[in-house]
Design a protein around this ligand. Structure first.
Ligand code: NAP
Length: 292
């Protein structure tokens, strides 16, 4: 699917991530059809030439490729499989790409329903955060068929730089769970290291200067650690979304009879924070647990 002006792309979900991702597609010259739960979030892109559609189904009916970047698996289910959903209205041959972090089981179900309509589905969750979305440098981990992947690649390349087909339907979501499991323990380590430093009376800026360039360096420490030190707990990635991811990973691990104690602890700590009203804070707000 080359020839930007001819390929019609639909995009559903214009939040922290989706707005930037959809913007790159529009800037690349594709026709862009949009839907989002809150219409106002589409205004900026509509002003630049994107077309507003009234339902996910309308987006699908007008598009060759449909991309979704919504919040939770229940949102994915609604936009794909609802009465006014994507699968009900997509034309045969359309490629449906869910980039939400969602459940591998649901990805396989959508793949099967799409196939009944003669459509291909890819699960293609991302990593790289709001900065990766803004700079079109996301890592995109894909599950689905090779032919659909090859067709979708030019569009995915407008949003990311590290794009890998991991296997059949659901393999992209499983890979994203590997990512989230690594992050869960890493962010706990970042918060514990900085809490220790503060209690030891150290200047955390100079601590970060040292450890941010050593063997502990990495995205969680260097990006979120720096925000923690500044007292910036605004969301790049919502705690409520991370709890969703940890729940999916734990459910899949249980199904595989795999014990992941660090993952279970991370979920417990994040759930406590959410109960205290921090669900819409960024994941770096885990530091508040250690400030008690
Ligand atoms: P977000 O800001 O909450 O964006 C989600 C968007 O989807 C919102 O604009 C929301 O509408 C829309 N939406 C939700 N349900 C919908 C529905 N049923 N119909 C239509 N629109 C719907 O979240 P985000 O941070 O962009 O994250 C999106 C997904 O990517 C999540 O699964 C998250 O876990 C994952 N992710 C996030 C990051 C990150 O750093 N933020 C990184 C990697 C992956 P409203 O405007 O009405 O809220």
């Amino acid at each position: 699917m080359n020839g930007n002006s001819k390929v019609r792309v639909g995009f559903i979900g214009l939040g922290i991530m989706g707005r930037s991702m959809a913007g790159h597609i529009l800037n690349a010259g594709y026709q862009l059809n949009l839907y989002n739960r809150t219409r106002a979030r589409a205004d900026e892109l509509v002003a630049k030439g994107a077309v507003w559609c009234g339902t996910p189904g309308e987006v699908a009916a007008a598009s060759d490729i449909v991309i979704t970047m919504v919040g939770f698996p229940r949102d994915v289910e609604e936009v794909y499989l609802g009465d006014e959903g994507i699968v009900a209205r997509a034309a045969p041959g359309a490629i449906l790409i869910d980039m939400t972090t969602s459940s591998p089981v649901l990805a396989r179900r959508i793949g099967a329903e799409a196939a009944k309509k003669g459509c291909d589905a890819l699960d293609a969750p991302v990593s790289g955060g709001e900065g990766g979305a803004r700079d079109a440098k996301l890592a995109i981990m894909v599950g689905g068929g090779q032919a659909a992947f090859d067709s979708a690649l030019p569009i995915l390349q407008k949003m990311g730089t590290n794009i890998v087909l991991q296997g059949g339907p659901g393999a992209g979501q499983h890979t994203k769970m590997c990512n989230q499991i690594v992050i869960a323990s890493t962010i706990m380590g970042v918060c514990e290291g900085l809490a220790y430093g503060r209690h030891a009376g150290l200047d955390l800026d100079t601590v970060l200067q040292s450890i941010g360039g050593g063997a502990a360096s990495g995205f969680q420490l260097n990006t979120f650690g720096a925000r923690i030190i500044k007292g910036d707990f605004a969301p790049g990635f919502f705690i409520e979304h991370f709890i969703k991811d940890l729940g999916i990973a734990l459910a899949e691990a249980a199904r595989m009879q795999l014990d992941l104690p660090a993952l279970a602890l991370a979920r417990k700590l994040y759930q406590q924070l959410a109960e205290q009203g921090h669900g819409r804070s960024g994941t770096q707000a885990l530091f508040k647990y250690y400030e008690k």
